[in-house]
Design a protein around this ligand. Structure first.
Ligand SMILES: Cc1cc2nc3c(=O)[nH]c(=O)nc-3n(C[C@H](O)[C@H](O)[C@H](O)COP(=O)(O)OP(=O)(O)OC[C@H]3O[C@@H](n4cnc5c(N)ncnc54)[C@H](O)[C@@H]3O)c2cc1C
Length: 405
């Protein structure tokens, strides 16, 4: 009856359902929650997310909801030097290169695209397991309206996020501490001192090293404040993240900006499966996308764009598999190669940058030099836009030039 069952209606799952339905396929989208619903996040939408939204005709919907356009990023290093990097030089673009939009609003917006596309959707329905015929996945078990039922399709898509039931049922290792980040989000109101072009802010502070502390401006005078750190570091150094985040807002570098502000939510945490070790993403009768596929950018912590890009590819491969009536792991392996062909390089570069970030002296030097050299700040700005330029960021020659300039 269905061409695919998509487990999870976050930005990844909802995008996959919308694209499939628009192409005339019959997807069933299942989520345990009802929408709108919250998701712990930094709420920053990168250029990649904006590009997917333009491609899928969703950008007008984003512009119509409460969000803030963001035109750059400000980094500060452990020594306190700061550099503001614009995402683009063209400040007259009709659509901003980035946005900050809370996930209650954003995820509902993408979810509504799936609704409007005509996809069948079950909410308040929890997938509890996979149905199998031998090695092949042939559907899912779902709990809804107090009863458990079975539903079948030639393809099951795991889009159920960082704690994926599909991944668990496939017997894969979900939490690898060197490739997994712990993240905290804290909503505030009244934080001051933001850049006039709504830059998101990433701060490398001694106390939170080798992770980072962020302050992102939001619509209506709110701010998303948070902290992310590699789980292996949290464990090794026995770091208590919540008290650390509470201390960071009182840090001498930031406390004045929080002087008249107040928290409007409690601190909430969630995991980030990083793309420094992407997992196998397909097999007999199944594909994974987004966080379930461990595709979060290891340096920036962004995962929405990669979830949506992998969702577009899941829809393409579902269509291809239906055309040739081949749902085998061998055929669907083309999806893995397709996703890695698109994201692999970028994930490698970001993995390299995440490792460089552990070298405090280097981070200090680069941020210090960039804060004093317009030319270097410009070069980094171009790197945001251009992947071939970004490769330089992990080249030793780049740092040698910066250090000797
Ligand atoms: C603290 C933090 C900060 C972050 N900051 C950013 C940022 O600023 N920008 C950015 O781009 N990314 C950020 N990310 C990453 C981003 O949140 C994820 O990459 C993104 O949400 C992935 O989307 P997804 O659709 O794969 O999964 P999710 O958004 O997690 O959606 C999964 C869906 O599956 C549903 N589900 C789960 N289990 C079941 C089940 N058994 N049955 C049915 N439904 C189920 C859930 O209800 C949910 O709706 C951050 C993450 C964290 C934790």
């Amino acid at each position: 009856m269905y061409d695919a069952i998509i487990v999870g209606a976050g930005p990844g799952g909802a995008t996959a359902a919308a694209v499939m339905a628009r192409r005339g396929l019959k997807p069933l989208l299942i989520d345990r929650d009802n929408f709108p619903r919250d998701k712990v996040c930094g709420d920053a939408l990168s250029g990649k997310t904006v590009d997917v939204m333009k491609r899928l005709g969703m950008i007008e919907a984003l512009q119509a909801v409460s969000q803030l356009d963001s035109w750059g990023v400000t980094f500060s290093g452990p020594s306190g030097d700061e550099v503001a990097i614009p995402f683009t030089k063209a400040l007259d673009k009709p659509i901003a290169p980035g946005f900050v939009c809370d996930r209650i609003t954003f995820d509902n917006l993408v979810f509504q695209q799936a609704v409007e596309s005509g996809a069948e959707i079950w909410t308040e329905a929890t997938v509890t397991g996979l149905l199998r015929e031998g090695e092949k996945v042939v559907g899912v078990r779902v709990k809804r309206n107090g009863a458990e039922e079975e539903v079948r399709a030639p393809i099951t898509v795991g889009a159920d996020g960082a704690y994926s039931v599909v991944v668990r049922e496939l017997g894969m290792d979900q939490l690898h501490e060197d490739h997994y980040c712990a993240g905290l989000r804290w909503y505030w109101e009244g934080v001051t001192g933001f850049h006039e072009l709504n830059h998101i802010e990433i701060h490398f502070v001694d106390e939170s090293s080798p992770g980072y502390f962020w302050i992102f401006p939001m619509a209506d005078g709110k701010a998303n404040v948070g902290l992310g750190m590699l789980s292996s570091m949290v464990k090794k150094r026995d770091i208590k993240l919540k008290p650390l985040l509470e201390r960071l807002v009182e840090h001498p570098r930031f406390k004045d900006r929080f002087a008249d502000a107040k928290p409007i939510d409690k601190i909430r945490g969630w995991g980030l499966p990083l793309g420094s070790r992407p997992r196998r993403m397909s097999g007999d009768g199944w594909m994974l996308l987004g966080d379930a596929a461990s595709l979060i950018d290891p340096f920036t912590g962004e995962g929405i764009g990669n979830a949506m890009v992998s969702a577009e590819k899941v829809a393409e491969w579902t269509e291809k598999a239906k055309e040739v009536h081949d749902f085998s792991g061998q055929f669907l392996g083309g999806y893995d190669r397709d996703v890695m062909g698109y994201l692999g390089n970028e994930l490698k570069i970001s993995t390299g940058m995440q490792r460089l970030g552990r070298w405090k002296w280097l981070l200090n030097k680069v941020i210090q030099k960039a804060s004093r050299s317009e030319e270097l700040a410009d070069a980094i700005s171009i790197m945001f836009d251009d992947e071939s330029e970004r490769k330089k960021l992990v080249s030793p020659m780049f740092y040698l030039r910066v250090l000797t300039a």
